[in-house]
Design a protein around this ligand. Structure first.
Ligand code: KIV
Length: 272
C-alpha cells in the first residue's frame, strides 16, 4: 500500500512547511533505535522524533528528567543510521539548554555534529527565547514544544491538560507567535484543549503537531511504545493503540519458553 508521502524524496523543513500550506497532515512518531526507525521510515513516516521520552520507555525512569545529552546522542545516531526519507528531530534533554543560550547552542551543535540529525526540539516559550534565537542563528532548525512540557513536571505537579485557564491560554498563544516569528519550523502542542490548539494553528504560519490537542492541528505525534501497545498501563484519552504488542510479545515469549523446556525447539529443520 502506498501513502501520499511515501516516495523517497527526503523530508526537510521546507517539505514540512509546504505540507501546512497544502493542507496535508504531518505524521510524526518517536523512535529511539535503529530497527524500529527503519520500519517507521519504510512505512512513510514524515518525522521521527528522538524524544526524551526515551527516558521513560527505553530506560524505565518515571520522568524525562534523568536522560543525558550523551544518551540522547546515542539514540539519535541509531535512528539516523536507519533513515532514508524521514526528517529526524532530536529533543534537547533537561539540563542541556536551560542554564543560558550558550549552553543551549553548544548542546544543539553536539546533537547535530555527533548524530547527523536534521533538527532539535526544545520545550518552552518566552523563557527560552534567547536560546532558540542563537540555535537558529547557527543554522540549526528548531521545533518548539508548548502546552504540557514534561521537563517541567515538578513545577506543574501533574500531567493533566494545560492552558484551560484564560491567562495560561493567552501566554501559550503569544509563545506560539513568538516561535513563529523567531523562525522555528514547527511546534508541538501537547495536551491542551482542542479549541485552543485550533486557534494557535490558525494564528501562526508554521505547522503545529499535536499530542492530545485534537484534530484541528497540522499533524499528530505519538510515542511509538504507546501507539503499539507496548506500554500497557498508560491510557490517556488521546491515545489510540494500533497494536497490543505487550500481550503479543508476552504470548510469543511464553510459547518460546514452552518449546525450549519441552525440547520442541529447535526441530530437525532448525539445525545443521
Ligand atoms: O519526548 C517525546 O516523546 C515528546 C513527544 C511526546 C512530543 O516530546
Amino acid at each position: 500500500m502506498s501513502t501520499v508521502t511515501s516516495e523517497l524524496k527526503k523530508v526537510t523543513t521546507h517539505t514540512i512547511q509546504a505540507m501546512k500550506v497544502k493542507g496535508e497532515k504531518i505524521a510524526m512518531l518517536t523512535a529511539y533505535d535503529f530497527s524500529m526507525a527503519r520500519i517507521l521510515d519504510e512505512a512513510g513516516i514524515d518525522i521521527l522524533l528522538v524524544g526524551d521520552s526515551a527516558s521513560n520507555v527505553m530506560a524505565g525512569h518515571e520522568t524525562t528528567l534523568p536522560i543525558t545529552l550523551d544518551q540522547m546522542i546515542y539514540h539519535a545516531q541509531s535512528v539516523v543510521r536507519a533513515v532514508k526519507r524521514a526528517m529526524v528531530v532530536v529533543d534537547l534533554p533537561f539540563g542541556s539548554y536551560q542554564a543560558n543560550s550558550e549552553v543551549a547552542l553548544s548542546s544543539a551543535i553536539r546533537i547535530m555534529k555527533e548524530s547527523g540529525a536534521h533538527a532539535v526540539k526544545l520545550e518552552g516559550g518566552s523563557e527560552v527565547e534567547e536560546s532558540i534565537r542563537r540555535i537558529l542563528m547557527a543554522g540549526i532548525p528548531v521545533m518548539g514544544h508548548l502546552g504540557l512540557t514534561p521537563q517541567s513536571i515538578y513545577k506543574f505537579g501533574t500531567y493533566t491538560v494545560r492552558a484551560k485557564e484564560e491567562a495560561e491560554a493567552e501566554k501559550l498563544v503569544q509563545d506560539a507567535k513568538m516561535l513563529d516569528e523567531l523562525g522555528c519550523f514547527a511546534c508541538v502542542l501537547e495536551k491542551i484543549p482542542a479549541k485552543l490548539a485550533e486557534k494557535v494553528t490558525n494564528s501562526i504560519e508554521i505547522p503545529t503537531i499535536g499530542i492530545g490537542a485534537g484534530a484541528k492541528v497540522d499533524g499528530q505525534v505519538l510515542v511509538i511504545h504507546d501507539m503499539l501497545g507496548i506500554t500497557k498501563e498508560f491510557k490517556p484519552r488521546f491515545l489510540r493503540r494500533y497494536l497490543d504488542l505487550f500481550d503479543q510479545i508476552n504470548s510469543a515469549t511464553k510459547a518460546y519458553i514452552n518449546d525450549v523446556k519441552n525440547g520442541e525447539f529447535p526441530n530437525e529443520q532448525e539445525q545443521y
